[in-house]
Write a protein that binds this ligand. Sequence first.
Ligand code: EPU
Length: 340
Amino acid sequence: MIELKQNIQLKPFNTFGIEATAAYYAVAESVEGVKEILSNSTIKGLPLLVMGGGSNMLLTQDFNGLVLNIKIKGFTVVEENDEHVIVRVGAGEAWHQFVLYAIEHGYGGVENLSLIPGSVGAAPMQNIGAYGVEIKETFQSLEALHIETLQTRTFGKEECRFGYRESIFKRDVKGQYIITHVSFKLSKKPVLNTSYGAIETELNAMGIDKADAGIKEVSDAVVHIRQSKLPDPAQIGNAGSFFKNPVVSAEKVAELKAQYPDMPAYPSGESHKLAAGWLIEQCGWKGYREGDTGVHKNQALVLVNYGNAKGNEVYALSEKVLQSVKEKFGVELEREVNII
Ligand code: EPU
């Protein structure tokens, strides 16, 4: 029997460290457990909030429904040949634990995604990405439970419709499924991706020749870079990048470049991706603090909670940031974090 708790404080369960109460709270460690809790008559019809690592959400109010924490664990090799291995991972494993598992076994493909907070089940929802790699590149398939029918459905890569911090789970089927397992195709003969400049710079600083680097060294470099730029949620509450990097037309980039020649911009298909952190920094927000909320001093894309910020205070700051970027650059930022 799964315990259904009442009036639970969510502060320890979200990396932003925001206080909010859940009317009901339960932990599921298996697919059967998820089914059991969803069939419980007490919570029928109430809103549902599925939590993995709680690392991509901003709670702006108490939650008058069920918060379901998915803790389905386990790594299973389901297929293997000389080149590849397919590993099926429980949605409740911490993402970085999976990266460490892959590195320990010599399986390549996720080393650039080291130290990203959050759970394996949440990772495909927003196609997590960092340092030139996105999860869609190693993604094989996922299993998800339909909340209404309690039937399991397997989603292949195409069906997930991955994009930049995007998938079908944030769009067409939003709120309809609970991801229970994710399978990844990893390489036994890893090809490193050090195209993101900072990785090479960091390898050099670590005294490692690029030719001698393996997945462990790339992972270590990424960990160092992240630790130097991004606040550790255990010390300062945050949810990583608060906004997405905006994608704009070639005309818009040309117009901005004429005025700001140093502005970073990267081709992205037909369009161009701008660095939201740079735009926000130019508006003077980097290191800004207002009460217990603020903009991180090393990475302007990250909003922080110094201890007792309320969710709506962080949200209000994000609105000011958004407005100022719009006024100065004519670029509309989009929030990456889920606002609850
Ligand atoms: N920049 C500034 N000021 C800042 C922050 C950045 O000028 O305060 C400039 C940097 O100098 C650089 C450019 O912006 O020229 C890009 O910065 P960075 O390499 O730090 O990456 P980012 O675009 O700010 C994205 C992801 C991160 C990911 C990094 C590394 C998004 C929304 N964010 O940040 O992902 O770790 O690239 O690949 O795409 C996350 O999603 O939570 C996250 C942390």
